[in-house]
Ligand binder design. Structure first.
Ligand code: GAP
Length: 444
């Protein structure tokens, strides 16, 4: 994990938020490579979950909503963690994560046993809307994106004219004042979620829970997480939320242990019912065949962008010893991202930077590819160094413009380039005019 954190900082995937002021615990900034990685992940989720389907539409809700949303959803009263304070060192700790010694709970910071009784600590960040900071102005930064979907259910049903079963998808920020943010970005206080609420008839809920579990596992495999690194944990009924008729956690083998990536939950009609009761507005569905009104049930696959990005980096990280033609060995650090997720798809290198023809040709290739994918032009240093830099960024392809390309060694290889494959380090010769199609089909 230390190596991954160091690489993330060195190469600009992830930085501590407000770093020059000492940071802010639980908050992170994504640098150029991390931002591209997250964008690729979100774009692929959107493609799979919305664009490639007839039965899902998207929405983009506001982060602050009327406080009554959080009263009705139950978050204001029950979205809490049990918390204790250490009277000795004043640390605030999760009561359910304390180590025990001789059957007694102990403070993991100072070792004291002098702890307060557990108290419920609400995880929502409170804020005020408008100029007055009184009770009537209170609301919360949303702790999940899902509630915006439930409260807009009626509007979206009407405008999209969908019939059950159908879903509403959303990607956006969520905020939780976690007591112990930890494991790098895994548990943060500000993070992004990718959530789908898939509405259905009550009799199809259990079957759709199984369907979405399989769909979501397929998604993770398609972004490059191996089946062996993914685990499904069926939450025992007594541990499920009271309104859930079944929940699965999709887990991943992080370097710090097997931990949750996504929850797939059958939430019944709980949320729509709560909002219908609290708002007094109908949130039911009229079934034209049976001429009946009822509240749809919902199955919710809810994934974390930041956790999945961390899983992608952890799964991709590799070190291998390579020996060059002169017999010199060195350790190569390589991020073996699936090309679909890789922040940069292709590095473009003129063999020498002081040869005008090589540079001009390489720049033309960059211009040709730029509209289709993220490319990176690099002319500095020995070509081997440039390859290594891209290996560490996870770039799957490297294109080198050499003297064959510009016809200096005869016409046979003119207008062709070397394409180097990151994982095997093998090289092949490709015509420049075929490059965009060659790369395009491998990164989609
Ligand atoms: N609407 C359901 C819901 O929010 P959740 O299991 O609390 O369910 C869903 O959250 C996903 O959001 C998690 O599986 C995880 O990927 C992500 N997530 C939750 N809390 C997080 C945190 N503190 N830091 C990073 N990601 C988090």
């Amino acid at each position: 994990m230390d190596k991954i954190v160091a690489l993330c900082k060195r190469r600009g995937f992830i930085f501590q938020s407000s770093e020059i002021y000492g940071g802010l615990n639980g908050f992170w900034d994504y640098g150029p490579l991390g931002t591209e990685l997250k964008r690729n992940l979100k774009d692929f989720w959107w493609r799979r979950m919305v664009r490639e389907r007839d039965d899902v539409v998207g929405m983009d809700g506001s982060i602050l909503m009327n406080r009554q949303v959080w009263v009705a959803s139950g978050h204001e009263n029950t979205f809490t963690d049990p918390m204790v304070d250490c009277r000795n060192c004043k640390s605030r700790l999760r009561a359910d994560q304390l180590p025990e010694k001789n059957g007694r709970k102990q403070c993991p910071v100072c070792g004291s046993f002098d702890l307060t009784e557990p108290r419920a600590f609400n995880l929502m960040f409170k804020t005020y809307v408008g100029a007055t900071e009184d009770e009537s102005a209170i609301t919360y930064l949303r702790p999940e994106t899902a509630q915006a979907i439930f409260v807009q259910f009626r509007n979206i049903l009407e405008v999209s004219r969908k019939k059950l079963p159908f879903g509403i998808a959303q990607i956006g920020k969520a905020f939780r004042n976690e007591i112990n943010p930890r494991n790098f970005t895994f548990r943060s206080r500000e993070f992004e979620q990718m959530e789908l609420e898939y509405f259905c008839r009550p009799e199809n809920g259990l079957e759709l829970l199984e369907y979405w579990l399989q769909e979501r596992l397929r998604f993770y495999r398609d972004i490059g997480l191996s089946s062996e690194s993914l685990h499904v944990h069926k939450i025992p009924p007594e541990e499920c939320a009271h309104y859930s008729k079944g929940t699965y956690d999709i887990e991943f083998e992080f370097p710090f242990g097997i931990q949750e990536l996504e929850g797939v939950a059958y939430r019944t009609d709980y949320d729509l019912n709560q909002h219908q009761k609290a708002s007094g507005k109908p949130l039911d569905y009229f079934d034209e065949e049976s001429k009946q009104h009822f509240i749809p049930h919902v199955v919710e696959p809810s994934a974390g962008v930041d956790r999945t990005a961390l899983a992608l980096i952890s799964a991709a990280y590799d070190e291998e010893v390579v020996t060059d033609e002169k017999g010199k060995s060195e350790t190569r650090t390589v991020l073996r991202f699936h090309p679909r997720m890789a922040p940069i798809k292709c590095g473009v290198f003129p063999l020498l930077k002081n040869n005008e023809l090589l540079v001009r040709q390489a720049r033309e290739i960059v211009d040709q590819l730029r509209g289709e994918m993220m490319v990176f032009y690099d002319e500095t240093g020995a070509i081997g160094r440039r390859y290594r830099r891209q290996d560490e960024a996870g770039t799957p392809f490297g294109v080198t413009v050499d003297f064959d390309t510009i016809g200096e060694n005869g016409p046979a290889l003119r207008d062709t380039v070397t394409v180097r494959h990151r994982d095997s380090m093998e090289q092949e010769r490709i015509a420049i005019k075929e490059l965009a199609a060659f790369l395009g089909e491998r990164i989609r």
